[in-house]
Design a binder for this molecule. Sequence first.
Ligand code: FAD
Length: 376
Amino acid sequence: MDIDEYRAAFDAWLDDNREQLAPAYEGKGTLDEQMAQIAKVKRLAFDADFGRWGWPERVGGLGGSTLFRAYLQEAVTARDLVEPGLFSMQEVLAPTMIDFAAPELAATMVARLLRGDETWCQGFSEPGTGSNLGSLSCRSVRDGDTWRVTGQKVWTSLAQYAQRCVLLTRSGTPESAHRGITALFLDMDSPGITVRPIETMHGSLEFSEVFFDDVVVPAERMLGAEGQGWSVAMDLLPYERSTALWQRAAFLHSRLQRLLEVAPPGSLDPLKLGEVTQTLYAFRARSRGTQHRMASGAPLGSETSIDKVLLATAEQAVFDLVADTLPAEVTVGDDVESHLWRTEYLYSRAASIYGGSSEIQRNIIARRLLDLGSDR
Ligand SMILES: Cc1cc2nc3c(=O)[nH]c(=O)nc-3n(C[C@H](O)[C@H](O)[C@H](O)COP(=O)(O)OP(=O)(O)OC[C@H]3O[C@@H](n4cnc5c(N)ncnc54)[C@H](O)[C@@H]3O)c2cc1C
């Protein structure tokens, strides 16, 4: 199958199953409803094979180009079937699981995530460690065939729904920096884990504080080798800025289209509209190149920081235009449509923070891509 055949077949399937796939709620829905909807769409797409294409056969996929996955993300987003950011978590976590987990572990676990039978979370950030990830302190101590984990994570998206967590821990001395980090894949129902959801600015309990109190993790749940956690993180972060971002362009495009449809006559500043459109297309063009590089098997790295900066710029530009054009809806309106615009406007502010802040991405671009000086 090539990408054109996949696209045509998937579009036809989405049309044929429109009613079954549609969300049962109006507007954005609650987080519980969004999660149930995501699980439903994943299950239906997986069982119809579309959710399996683009993933290796050894983890339950059907092989083929990663472009299939990018199109699946794009199509379900463009049709407003799922909350795109939450849906794309599988594109953040599964590729690294495939790269670093023991083959039997990946074979058992990945299909559960792809089919929507499970949710996974990413335990990287800590109260004292977000941008400076190399200084994380959640402690892991080797104890025979197990690791014992004690510490805290924060901003862990969907932790309260998750059955598993990709967790970065400090297994070396505090001074060991990025060399003393071990990545673990742990079960969220293990004794000693407490999850405390935190409310976002847009009123959703989307991320959490997670506390670990002497949590036992079997040694075979290590991702990579002991002390190799930094390589796991460096593998995962570019995925978070590549396939997972492609659906965001589809989402922003659909919102810009919607704004054009509902803007009162004369309310849209044509100059601003031109600038926003150009910014969005620059992001989309850049991300398209990344999807094709990934599909060709090229390793992803620091250059994906450019995609992340462009996404944040485009997302905030689109919703700044929304706020300029529909100020009442974004600030005080209380109908379903206003709630949607307001929620999405507020969430757009997070685009320059999650997945690495724009300042940090610009530092990476300056130092690693443009060679404008070292970190010290
Ligand atoms: C919606 C959302 C979902 C998230 N989901 C997850 C998740 O699932 N898992 C997870 O592990 N984390 C998650 N995060 C956390 C995210 O990765 C961090 O918030 C981000 O990396 C920034 O870290 P911090 O919040 O500690 O800010 P800090 O690192 O404290 O930074 C604060 C400010 O200082 C700036 N700054 C810091 N250092 C420098 C520097 N050297 N040069 C210039 N400026 C600097 C930053 O850009 C930022 O503006 C999520 C965040 C959000 C908003």
